[in-house]
Design a protein around this ligand. Structure first.
Ligand code: URA
Ligand code: SF4
Length: 223
């Protein structure tokens, strides 16, 4: 696909975003080709009073079918980990760096996830900028390498950065700053924990990282 055919999402983002108009508008987005093989554009969900924004990669099979983020197995594990870390899942806004499901082939009835490329991430950035401006979170948790590289650049590695509070790097390509969260913290993606052969250990590490975020939200840990 040429750059002309991948114009980016900006022209579809409503000038005065609300949860409702973002959800409606993303269905019409033609900012890249991923909308073609997906059922829904999946915007973030959660309370507008959330202190924490959690950013995943892209909707999965279930999320695409239901049009809602983190409703499948990874989302269930995320909620469990948040609760174990002492973070009220009701005060969390969950979203993804890419809003349409990229997949390739099938396994049984499930379509197989394929990570979005950096071009898709760049095209989809304006939706994330709108969400950050709408939710105005105190802190941000980034799940996994795709979301980490989307925000921190291609040299980002979860293993080196996880569990550390860092300054908000902004969304690449953002023009003007709508809101600057106090900190951002990266950790593993719960989907990676589900696939892991050392699941209990990896879940404990995810919860450990989220505890740092919990303390930062209480002002007991500062950047
Ligand atoms: N994985 C993600 O990164 N996001 C979702 O919404 C679901 C699974
Ligand atoms: Fe638009 Fe993002 Fe969907 Fe591409 S993935 S069509 S930029 S919403």
């Amino acid at each position: 696909m040429s750059e002309l055919e991948r114009p980016g999402a900006q022209q579809w983002v409503p000038p005065r975003p609300s949860l409702r108009n973002l959800r409606e508008a993303v269905q019409g987005c033609r900012g890249c080709e991923l909308h073609r093989d997906a059922n829904h554009g999946v915007m973030g969900e959660g309370s507008l009073r959330s202190d924490l924004l959690v950013i995943g990669e892209q909707p999965g099979d279930q999320e695409d079918l239901q049009g809602r983020p983190f409703v499948g197995p990874a989302g269930k594990l995320l909620d469990q980990a948040l609760e174990e870390a002492g973070i009220d899942p009701g005060r969390v806004f969950r979203t993804n760096v890419v809003k349409h499901f990229r997949h390739e082939g099938t396994r049984g009835k499930q379509r197989i996830h394929k990570s979005p490329s950096r071009w898709h991430v760049a095209a989809c950035g304006p939706w994330l900028v709108a969400e950050v401006g709408l939710v105005r979170p105190r802190g941000v948790v980034i799940l996994g390498a795709t979301a980490g590289q989307a925000l921190h650049g291609s040299a980002f590695r979860v293993g080196e950065a996880r569990g550390l509070l860092r300054p908000w790097p902004g969304v690449p390509g953002e023009t003007g700053t709508s809101h600057v969260p106090e900190w951002v913290l990266a950790t593993t993606h719960p989907a990676a924990v589900l696939r892991s052969r050392r699941r209990a250990e990896d879940l404990a590490a995810l919860v450990g990282d989220l505890r740092v975020a919990a303390r930062a939200l209480e002002g007991r840990e500062v950047i």
